[in-house]
Design a binder for this molecule. Sequence first.
Ligand SMILES: Nc1ncnc2c1ncn2[C@@H]1O[C@H](COP(=O)(O)OP(=O)(O)OP(=O)(O)O)[C@@H](O)[C@H]1O
Length: 269
Amino acid sequence: MQLDVNDVSVTLARADIVKSVSLRVEDGRFVGLIGPNGCGKSTLLKSIYKVVQPSAGSVVLGGADVLRASPKTVARMMGVVGQFNELSFDFTVREMVMMGRTPHKKLLDADSAEDERLVEEALLTVGMLPMAGRSFLSLSGGEKQRVVLARALAQQPRFLVLDEPTNHLDIKYQLQILSLVKSLGIGVLAALHDLELAAAYCDHLYLVKQGRIYAEGPPRSVLTREIISEVFEVDCQIYENPVTGGLGIAYLESGPSAAAEAAAARAGS
Ligand SMILES: Nc1ncnc2c1ncn2[C@@H]1O[C@H](COP(=O)(O)OP(=O)(O)OP(=O)(O)O)[C@@H](O)[C@H]1O
């Protein structure tokens, strides 16, 4: 299922946070959204999953107008793992994941055997089946993150939106969850902070700076020393990882002055 974001702008508290952003995620592609803190990644994702109303533009998923469609219609197609998943009420892990089935049910429908099966399968996939009876609020950050992903999987989405899905996860689960998401073979748009992981898993990257798309393309064309220095204000060396063959980034020094010095040195050389 293909996602098209067309000239989307978002204004919050009179500030222009997202400025005429267009992007495309073709069916089956894993697309990363990267950029510094506060550049507007989460706000853009929220406008795609209908939590924030854009001031302009359109969002089209599988031919459907997401901004006009009902939340239930969108939830039948799109799974979401957002950044904050705190709840006021406590639910068990199993109940949380069962909520992923809601968009596929009618009001007051009981859970079917198929619902139960999908919930078990999703819990097994994220390694949380042994904790199915636990209270969600009692879980660690990483365990909660895996349960929220299981809920999105139980939803059987045809498109996934992930906002820093590896936040809180240790390295085993970071790798496992990204591999799992990739293996689903559906369109994925994920905000990611770890640039090496983004390079390893994403087919295509959009780099956001101050609410606009600053660069886009295959990871190797976006993650260059120049672009990282300009956008993240950190000097680095890009290399080919001799073990994995993937793109490696060695960060040299942080801070605006180091980046400015590096830029000046490059300009002078
Ligand atoms: N409801 C709001 N009202 C006013 N400003 C907001 C609101 N929500 C977000 N912002 C501001 O919009 C900007 C972009 O925030 P957003 O959360 O989209 O950034 P982000 O790229 O996801 O950042 P991070 O990497 O830190 O998660 C920030 O300056 C933030 O303070």
